[in-house]
Design a protein around this ligand. Structure first.
Ligand code: PBG
Length: 325
């Protein structure tokens, strides 16, 4: 065979044929929308480096979540900004902390929306690291205990799923055992399994006010140069009981998404992070890129690489674009 019998362009000539042979379709069910909760009432504060993304007080968060649900998006992932930050990240495990309050309100007022909570200490610590620090080093095992306490506080408030994002060793297993012991055997864990020490998290740290006050996260997050190590990280998290594993960031790590999917064939999420969003937004605002086109192309690429779910700040806009299609 071959040309002229083979003419791949035949099936590209008409939209109806393109639709029929399309291999990858992003749907609203694939999307998870990140939301940032703060204390107070009537607060809706736009994040400077993330146009369209806001910090909301719980009353406003509920309204936003209702809109998200009305668009057909199945889930949100919540991040919290505490009232006070301290060395231990105390508010993280407080039943009256920002996340438990937000979860209770959301489950009460938008019950069908799945509420996933990010489990990490960086938003709650005064030094901005994802764990307890001693002599300038993040301590693994004592941090795991704090993360367990945090995950339990979220589960008690009614979280539908918990998502540890700290990258401490052994935390998925510890959280799984604690949830089971506390009567939450059916609360799934979405593990940030292959999370890289990425410069693309910059805008998020404005949003969550979680920039490390000294050093960086290279002592716990993965080296961007490594791929085999991602396979090992994912294997460990699955052995420890992760229900969904995540690769983060997404677009610069499409090869990792593909390798993880091929190696494990398990539910896989990818996080299109703040910097990926900010790049597209900024270029679109400058008139340099066609925003709906490049945003949907990015989401399609992430899904084509092997992601089943995409956490994205574009979720609401994408749901709108998908509906109009
Ligand atoms: C918390 C956390 C971070 C992100 C998700 N969870 C920040 C970090 O690790 O510094 C980043 C998300 C984004 O950039 O959109 N550890």
């Amino acid at each position: 065979m071959g040309f002229p019998i083979d003419r791949p362009r035949r099936l590209r000539q008409r939209e109806v044929f393109r639709r029929m042979v399309r291999e990858t379709v992003v749907g609203v069910d694939d999307l998870i929308y990140p939301l940032f909760a703060v204390h107070g009432t009537g607060v809706a504060r736009e994040v400077a480096s993330m146009p369209g993304v806001f910090q909301y007080s719980v009353d406003r968060l509920v309204k936003e979540a209702a809109e998200v649900a009305a668009l057909g998006i199945p889930a949100v992932i919540l991040f919290g900004i505490p009232r006070v930050k301290d060395a231990a990240g105390s508010e993280a495990s407080d039943d009256d902390g920002i996340i438990p309050r937000a979860v209770r309100a959301l489950k009460d007022q938008v019950p069908d929306l799945a509420v996933i909570t990010d489990v990490c200490l960086c938003e709650y610590t005064d030094h901005g690291h994802c764990g307890l620090v001693k002599d300038g080093v993040v301590q693994n095992d004592p941090t795991v205990e704090r993360l367990v306490a945090e995950a339990l506080a979220h589960a008690r408030a009614g979280a539908d799923m918990v998502a540890p994002s700290d990258m401490m060793d052994g935390r998925v297993g510890a959280i799984r055992r604690a949830l089971d012991d506390a009567g939450f055997p059916d609360t799934p864990i979405m593990a940030y399994a292959a999370k890289y020490a990425s410069g693309f998290y910059g805008p998020f740290r404005d949003a969550a006010q979680s920039t490390p006050q000294f050093g960086d996260r290279r002592g716990y997050q993965m080296d961007p140069a490594n791929a085999d190590e991602a396979i090992r990280e994912v294997a460990l998290d699955l052995e420890e009981g992760a229900d969904i594993v995540m690769v983060k960031p997404a677009m610069p790590y499409l090869d990792i998404i593909r390798r993880v999917k091929d190696a494990f064939r398990r539910p896989l999420a990818a996080y299109q992070v703040s910097g990926e969003y900010a790049m597209l937004k900024a270029a679109a605002r400058a008139g340099w890129l066609d925003e709906p086109r490049v945003a949907m192309e990015s989401l399609t690429a992430i899904k084509r690489a092997g992601a089943d779910l995409i956490i994205t700040y574009y979720a609401k806009e994408a749901a709108g674009w998908l509906r109009r299609r």
